[in-house]
Design a protein around this ligand. Structure first.
Ligand code: AMP
Ligand code: MN
Ligand code: MN
Ligand code: MN
Length: 279
Protein backbone atom coordinates (compact mmCIF):
# COMPACT_ATOMS: atom_id res chain seq x y z
CA UNK A 1 0.00 0.00 0.00
CA UNK A 2 2.89 2.30 0.75
CA UNK A 3 4.64 1.10 -2.40
CA UNK A 4 5.16 4.45 -4.11
CA UNK A 5 6.11 7.89 -2.82
CA UNK A 6 7.01 10.60 -5.33
CA UNK A 7 7.84 13.53 -3.03
CA UNK A 8 10.47 13.50 -0.27
CA UNK A 9 13.31 15.57 1.17
CA UNK A 10 16.82 14.89 2.45
CA UNK A 11 19.53 16.96 4.12
CA UNK A 12 20.38 18.32 0.67
CA UNK A 13 17.41 20.69 1.16
CA UNK A 14 15.61 20.96 4.48
CA UNK A 15 15.00 17.31 5.32
CA UNK A 16 16.53 15.76 8.42
CA UNK A 17 17.91 12.51 6.94
CA UNK A 18 20.93 12.13 4.69
CA UNK A 19 19.94 10.79 1.24
CA UNK A 20 21.14 7.25 2.08
CA UNK A 21 19.28 7.31 5.42
CA UNK A 22 16.13 8.49 3.67
CA UNK A 23 16.31 5.58 1.25
CA UNK A 24 16.87 3.09 4.10
CA UNK A 25 13.85 4.48 5.90
CA UNK A 26 11.78 4.24 2.72
CA UNK A 27 12.77 0.60 2.43
CA UNK A 28 11.79 -0.04 6.05
CA UNK A 29 8.43 1.66 5.38
CA UNK A 30 7.72 -0.69 2.43
CA UNK A 31 8.22 2.03 -0.17
CA UNK A 32 9.44 0.40 -3.35
CA UNK A 33 9.47 3.45 -5.66
CA UNK A 34 10.83 6.67 -4.16
CA UNK A 35 11.38 10.09 -5.69
CA UNK A 36 13.87 12.35 -3.94
CA UNK A 37 12.61 15.88 -4.62
CA UNK A 38 14.75 18.30 -2.66
CA UNK A 39 14.04 22.04 -2.81
CA UNK A 40 15.95 23.60 -5.71
CA UNK A 41 18.81 21.11 -5.64
CA UNK A 42 19.84 17.78 -7.13
CA UNK A 43 22.80 17.43 -4.76
CA UNK A 44 21.38 14.40 -2.93
CA UNK A 45 20.49 12.30 -5.95
CA UNK A 46 23.79 10.47 -6.48
CA UNK A 47 23.99 9.24 -2.89
CA UNK A 48 20.29 8.29 -2.94
CA UNK A 49 20.72 6.31 -6.17
CA UNK A 50 23.60 4.28 -4.69
CA UNK A 51 21.59 3.50 -1.57
CA UNK A 52 18.53 2.62 -3.66
CA UNK A 53 20.56 0.12 -5.67
CA UNK A 54 21.65 -1.58 -2.42
CA UNK A 55 18.05 -1.81 -1.16
CA UNK A 56 16.40 -2.79 -4.43
CA UNK A 57 14.36 0.43 -4.47
CA UNK A 58 13.56 2.24 -7.70
CA UNK A 59 14.80 5.79 -7.20
CA UNK A 60 13.11 8.42 -9.34
CA UNK A 61 15.48 11.38 -9.72
CA UNK A 62 13.50 14.49 -8.85
CA UNK A 63 13.51 18.04 -7.58
CA UNK A 64 10.99 20.51 -6.14
CA UNK A 65 11.41 23.92 -7.77
CA UNK A 66 10.34 27.17 -6.12
CA UNK A 67 8.41 29.29 -8.61
CA UNK A 68 5.76 31.98 -8.90
CA UNK A 69 2.81 32.77 -11.07
CA UNK A 70 1.64 36.38 -11.06
CA UNK A 71 3.36 36.98 -7.76
CA UNK A 72 2.02 33.89 -6.02
CA UNK A 73 4.51 31.32 -4.86
CA UNK A 74 4.03 27.73 -5.86
CA UNK A 75 6.15 24.58 -6.00
CA UNK A 76 6.67 22.37 -9.03
CA UNK A 77 7.94 18.82 -8.57
CA UNK A 78 10.01 17.44 -11.43
CA UNK A 79 10.12 13.66 -11.81
CA UNK A 80 12.47 11.57 -13.93
CA UNK A 81 14.88 14.43 -14.54
CA UNK A 82 18.42 14.17 -15.83
CA UNK A 83 20.27 16.04 -13.07
CA UNK A 84 23.11 16.83 -15.45
CA UNK A 85 20.91 18.74 -17.91
CA UNK A 86 22.40 22.17 -18.43
CA UNK A 87 19.20 24.31 -18.51
CA UNK A 88 18.09 22.75 -15.22
CA UNK A 89 21.47 23.31 -13.59
CA UNK A 90 21.40 26.92 -14.81
CA UNK A 91 18.04 27.46 -13.10
CA UNK A 92 19.32 25.72 -9.95
CA UNK A 93 22.30 28.10 -9.88
CA UNK A 94 19.93 31.04 -10.21
CA UNK A 95 17.75 29.71 -7.39
CA UNK A 96 20.81 29.27 -5.17
CA UNK A 97 21.74 32.91 -5.79
CA UNK A 98 18.18 34.02 -4.98
CA UNK A 99 18.26 31.98 -1.77
CA UNK A 100 21.68 33.33 -0.79
CA UNK A 101 20.47 36.89 -1.31
CA UNK A 102 17.26 36.22 0.64
CA UNK A 103 19.26 34.62 3.47
CA UNK A 104 21.24 37.84 3.88
CA UNK A 105 18.07 39.91 4.00
CA UNK A 106 16.46 37.51 6.49
CA UNK A 107 19.56 37.65 8.68
CA UNK A 108 19.64 41.45 8.53
CA UNK A 109 16.05 41.64 9.67
CA UNK A 110 16.59 39.05 12.42
CA UNK A 111 19.59 41.09 13.61
CA UNK A 112 17.23 44.01 14.16
CA UNK A 113 15.27 41.93 16.68
CA UNK A 114 18.35 40.71 18.50
CA UNK A 115 19.57 37.62 16.63
CA UNK A 116 22.86 38.85 15.31
CA UNK A 117 24.53 35.77 13.82
CA UNK A 118 21.61 34.15 12.05
CA UNK A 119 23.36 34.04 8.68
CA UNK A 120 26.27 31.96 9.99
CA UNK A 121 23.82 29.90 12.04
CA UNK A 122 21.57 29.10 9.09
CA UNK A 123 24.52 28.20 6.85
CA UNK A 124 25.86 25.90 9.55
CA UNK A 125 22.46 24.15 9.63
CA UNK A 126 22.39 23.87 5.83
CA UNK A 127 25.37 21.54 5.80
CA UNK A 128 27.10 22.89 2.69
CA UNK A 129 23.90 23.91 0.87
CA UNK A 130 22.07 27.23 0.69
CA UNK A 131 19.74 27.76 3.64
CA UNK A 132 15.98 27.37 3.45
CA UNK A 133 13.70 28.97 6.00
CA UNK A 134 13.79 25.65 7.88
CA UNK A 135 17.53 26.10 8.48
CA UNK A 136 16.88 29.53 9.97
CA UNK A 137 14.14 27.96 12.09
CA UNK A 138 16.45 25.24 13.43
CA UNK A 139 19.08 27.82 14.25
CA UNK A 140 16.53 29.98 16.09
CA UNK A 141 15.34 26.96 18.09
CA UNK A 142 18.96 26.36 19.10
CA UNK A 143 19.21 29.98 20.20
CA UNK A 144 16.10 29.49 22.33
CA UNK A 145 13.96 31.89 20.29
CA UNK A 146 11.07 29.42 20.39
CA UNK A 147 10.43 25.85 21.46
CA UNK A 148 10.18 24.19 18.08
CA UNK A 149 10.42 24.84 14.36
CA UNK A 150 6.69 25.37 13.91
CA UNK A 151 6.63 28.07 16.60
CA UNK A 152 9.64 29.82 15.04
CA UNK A 153 7.83 29.95 11.69
CA UNK A 154 4.81 31.58 13.30
CA UNK A 155 6.84 34.20 15.15
CA UNK A 156 9.59 34.98 12.66
CA UNK A 157 9.53 33.40 9.25
CA UNK A 158 6.19 34.13 7.64
CA UNK A 159 5.02 37.24 5.84
CA UNK A 160 4.59 40.17 8.20
CA UNK A 161 7.00 38.82 10.82
CA UNK A 162 10.50 40.19 11.58
CA UNK A 163 12.57 37.44 9.92
CA UNK A 164 10.62 37.29 6.67
CA UNK A 165 12.10 38.45 3.38
CA UNK A 166 10.33 38.35 0.05
CA UNK A 167 11.83 36.59 -2.99
CA UNK A 168 10.97 36.88 -6.66
CA UNK A 169 11.10 33.20 -7.56
CA UNK A 170 11.41 32.33 -11.27
CA UNK A 171 8.18 32.21 -13.25
CA UNK A 172 6.20 28.98 -13.40
CA UNK A 173 6.82 28.79 -17.16
CA UNK A 174 10.60 28.78 -16.67
CA UNK A 175 10.45 26.12 -13.99
CA UNK A 176 8.36 23.82 -16.19
CA UNK A 177 10.58 24.47 -19.22
CA UNK A 178 13.73 23.60 -17.25
CA UNK A 179 12.18 20.33 -16.06
CA UNK A 180 11.09 19.40 -19.58
CA UNK A 181 14.52 20.26 -20.98
CA UNK A 182 15.90 17.79 -18.43
CA UNK A 183 13.56 15.08 -19.74
CA UNK A 184 11.35 15.28 -16.65
CA UNK A 185 7.63 15.51 -15.97
CA UNK A 186 6.36 18.64 -14.20
CA UNK A 187 3.89 18.12 -11.36
CA UNK A 188 2.03 20.80 -9.45
CA UNK A 189 3.03 20.09 -5.84
CA UNK A 190 0.62 19.90 -2.86
CA UNK A 191 -2.04 22.00 -4.64
CA UNK A 192 -4.43 22.15 -1.69
CA UNK A 193 -1.79 23.89 0.41
CA UNK A 194 -1.99 27.23 -1.43
CA UNK A 195 -5.60 27.93 -0.51
CA UNK A 196 -6.38 29.29 -3.97
CA UNK A 197 -9.95 30.10 -4.90
CA UNK A 198 -11.44 27.94 -7.64
CA UNK A 199 -10.99 30.75 -10.17
CA UNK A 200 -7.28 31.12 -9.33
CA UNK A 201 -6.75 27.39 -9.37
CA UNK A 202 -8.19 27.18 -12.88
CA UNK A 203 -6.11 30.10 -14.15
CA UNK A 204 -2.93 28.65 -12.68
CA UNK A 205 -3.63 25.15 -13.99
CA UNK A 206 -4.30 26.59 -17.44
CA UNK A 207 -0.94 28.42 -17.34
CA UNK A 208 0.74 25.26 -16.05
CA UNK A 209 -0.74 23.14 -18.85
CA UNK A 210 0.16 25.77 -21.48
CA UNK A 211 3.75 25.68 -20.18
CA UNK A 212 3.88 21.89 -20.57
CA UNK A 213 3.00 20.72 -17.06
CA UNK A 214 1.58 17.21 -16.94
CA UNK A 215 0.71 16.20 -13.41
CA UNK A 216 -1.02 17.23 -10.22
CA UNK A 217 -0.11 15.84 -6.81
CA UNK A 218 -3.58 14.74 -5.85
CA UNK A 219 -2.66 12.69 -2.79
CA UNK A 220 -0.07 14.17 -0.42
CA UNK A 221 0.71 13.74 3.24
CA UNK A 222 -1.61 16.59 4.17
CA UNK A 223 -4.47 15.88 1.72
CA UNK A 224 -8.03 15.52 2.97
CA UNK A 225 -10.90 13.62 1.34
CA UNK A 226 -12.25 16.99 0.18
CA UNK A 227 -8.95 18.14 -1.33
CA UNK A 228 -8.50 14.81 -3.09
CA UNK A 229 -11.95 15.12 -4.58
CA UNK A 230 -11.36 18.71 -5.68
CA UNK A 231 -7.98 18.09 -7.31
CA UNK A 232 -9.08 14.81 -8.87
CA UNK A 233 -11.73 16.91 -10.59
CA UNK A 234 -9.05 19.17 -12.07
CA UNK A 235 -6.97 16.18 -13.21
CA UNK A 236 -9.96 14.88 -15.16
CA UNK A 237 -11.09 18.26 -16.45
CA UNK A 238 -7.67 19.16 -17.86
CA UNK A 239 -6.67 15.66 -18.98
CA UNK A 240 -3.68 15.53 -16.60
CA UNK A 241 -1.94 12.73 -14.70
CA UNK A 242 -2.20 12.14 -10.95
CA UNK A 243 0.80 11.94 -8.64
CA UNK A 244 1.23 10.88 -5.00
CA UNK A 245 3.82 11.94 -2.45
CA UNK A 246 4.23 12.24 1.29
CA UNK A 247 6.44 15.38 1.26
CA UNK A 248 8.37 13.67 4.04
CA UNK A 249 10.91 15.91 5.82
CA UNK A 250 11.81 14.27 9.11
CA UNK A 251 10.87 11.34 11.34
CA UNK A 252 8.03 12.31 13.62
CA UNK A 253 7.23 15.48 11.69
CA UNK A 254 4.01 15.88 9.64
CA UNK A 255 3.83 12.55 7.84
CA UNK A 256 5.79 9.33 7.37
CA UNK A 257 7.32 8.21 4.08
CA UNK A 258 4.78 6.41 1.93
CA UNK A 259 1.88 7.33 4.21
CA UNK A 260 -0.35 9.46 2.00
CA UNK A 261 -3.91 8.55 1.04
CA UNK A 262 -4.50 6.36 -2.00
CA UNK A 263 -5.39 7.87 -5.36
CA UNK A 264 -8.98 7.44 -6.54
CA UNK A 265 -8.97 4.31 -8.71
CA UNK A 266 -10.24 5.92 -11.88
CA UNK A 267 -7.51 8.57 -12.14
CA UNK A 268 -4.64 8.05 -14.58
CA UNK A 269 -1.44 7.77 -12.50
CA UNK A 270 1.77 9.47 -13.60
CA UNK A 271 4.18 6.64 -12.87
CA UNK A 272 3.71 4.56 -16.04
CA UNK A 273 5.16 7.63 -17.81
CA UNK A 274 8.28 7.11 -15.70
CA UNK A 275 8.48 3.51 -16.87
CA UNK A 276 7.17 2.19 -13.55
CA UNK A 277 4.63 -0.60 -13.32
CA UNK A 278 3.26 -1.38 -9.88
CA UNK A 279 2.12 -4.95 -9.31
P1 AMP B 1 11.72 28.17 1.75
O1 AMP B 1 11.54 27.35 0.51
O2 AMP B 1 13.16 28.39 2.09
O3 AMP B 1 10.91 29.41 1.77
O4 AMP B 1 11.24 27.27 2.96
C1 AMP B 1 10.02 26.67 2.89
C2 AMP B 1 10.07 25.42 3.74
O5 AMP B 1 9.80 25.74 5.08
C3 AMP B 1 8.98 24.46 3.33
O6 AMP B 1 9.46 23.59 2.34
C4 AMP B 1 8.68 23.73 4.60
O7 AMP B 1 9.54 22.62 4.72
C5 AMP B 1 9.03 24.72 5.68
N1 AMP B 1 7.86 25.36 6.29
C6 AMP B 1 7.06 26.31 5.75
N2 AMP B 1 6.11 26.69 6.60
C7 AMP B 1 6.30 25.98 7.75
C8 AMP B 1 5.68 25.93 9.04
N3 AMP B 1 4.62 26.69 9.30
N4 AMP B 1 6.17 25.05 9.94
C9 AMP B 1 7.24 24.29 9.67
N5 AMP B 1 7.88 24.29 8.48
C10 AMP B 1 7.43 25.12 7.54
MN1 MN C 1 10.60 21.88 2.88
MN1 MN D 1 6.61 22.43 -1.26
MN1 MN E 1 8.27 19.28 -0.55
Amino acid sequence: MAAIDLHSHSTASDGALAPAELVSRAHAQAVRVLALTDHDTTAGLAEAAQAAARHGIALVPGIELSAQWKGRELHVVGLGIDPEAQPLQALIAELAALRADRAERMAASLARVGYDDALEGAYAQADGGVPTRTHFARYLVERGAAEHVGAVFKRFLVRGRPGYANTEWPDLERAVAALRAAGGLAVLAHPHAYKWTGAWARRIIEAFVAAGGEGIEVACGTSTPQSIQQWSGYVRRYGLLASVGSDFHAPGQFVELGRMPALPQELPPIWPRLGIELA
